[in-house]
Design a protein around this ligand. Structure first.
Ligand SMILES: [Ca+2]
Length: 269
């Protein structure tokens, strides 16, 4: 009996340090921001396949942090363009929407747009934070079409996924694809680009100047002002809705965090 009791205590002593070693090793330190974004260091690479005057651009993000966070070595997206894209490889930090985020449903206007990346091993796509929302438009889409067209902007309906210009917003717990694209040629072969989403009773927009592929939107404030100018017959308020999305684009221009508001014709007052 005494031997059994001594054996029991010896077994306990041996098992204690083993039990403490069984704790899972530390994984990626998740730097989760207040709005549910994770910062991830990646290597970004764009590869181009040219065919018949069109360019198929595959942008891939790779890195150890993606392995730890998502269980895959890379995520990627494919885009089709008719403009010769800029290609290359660079180390960057991206922000992705936390896949485990419990999405709040009390936000009336979203404040960021997202690009979608995929990998066959993933159940869900990865949403990478793209650009700040900077327009809130309280008008029917048909009237937005009309006013942009009157000012010389071109438009296109929603694109299929290979055509690539589809970005998303997070609204009431779902990722919503954009409804329309509007374009206006700028100087130096650049163009103004406004993406628009339906968002409950209003539309929201993201205006920027586009330098081509891979993703290179910049000058959000300048493009926001240019978009508002297309609505000169309407009541507009520049930079009046705080969306907490102040940031700098890759050329160093600041987005001030305030969206402009566009609503009914002036003569309705
Ligand atoms: Ca603004």
């Amino acid at each position: 009996m005494i031997k059994k009791i001594i054996g029991f205590f010896l077994a306990m002593l041996v098992s204690l340090p083993l039990a403490s070693c069984a704790a899972p090793p530390p994984t990626l330190v998740r730097e989760l921001s207040a709005d549910g974004h994770l910062k991830v260091s990646v290597e970004a690479e764009a590869v181009v396949l040219e065919q018949g005057g069109a360019y198929l651009v595959t942008t891939t993000y790779r890195g150890k942090e993606l392995v730890k966070l998502l269980g895959v070595e890379e995520i990627y997206k494919t885009e089709l363009t008719h403009e010769r894209p800029i290609i290359g490889k660079e180390e960057i930090v991206i922000e992705i929407l936390d896949p485990d985020l419990v999405v709040p449903d009390d936000i009336s206007v979203p404040n960021w747009t997202y690009e979608v990346y995929g990998n066959p091993a993933l159940i869900s796509p990865v949403y990478v934070k793209a650009d700040p929302i900077n327009l809130v438009i309280d008008l029917p889409m048909s009237l937005v079409d009309h006013e942009f067209e009157d000012e010389g902007w071109g438009s296109s309906p929603n694109w299929n996924i290979l055509s690539a210009k589809v970005n998303y917003i997070l609204y009431e717990g779902s990722m919503i694809p954009q409804a329309k694209n509007y374009f206006l040629d700028s100087d130096c072969s650049e163009r103004y680009h406004v993406r628009v989403w339906r968002c409950g009773d209003v539309l929201v927009g993201q205006a920027h100047i586009d330098t081509g592929l891979p993703h290179s939107a910049y000058a959000y404030e300048k493009a926001e002002n240019m978009a508002v100018r297309a609505f000169s017959l309407h009541i507009t308020r520049r930079n009046c809705i705080w969306l907490s999305n102040k940031c700098k684009d890759h050329k160093g221009y600041t987005n001030n965090g305030w969206a402009s508001y566009i609503t009914t014709y002036k003569y309705y007052l």
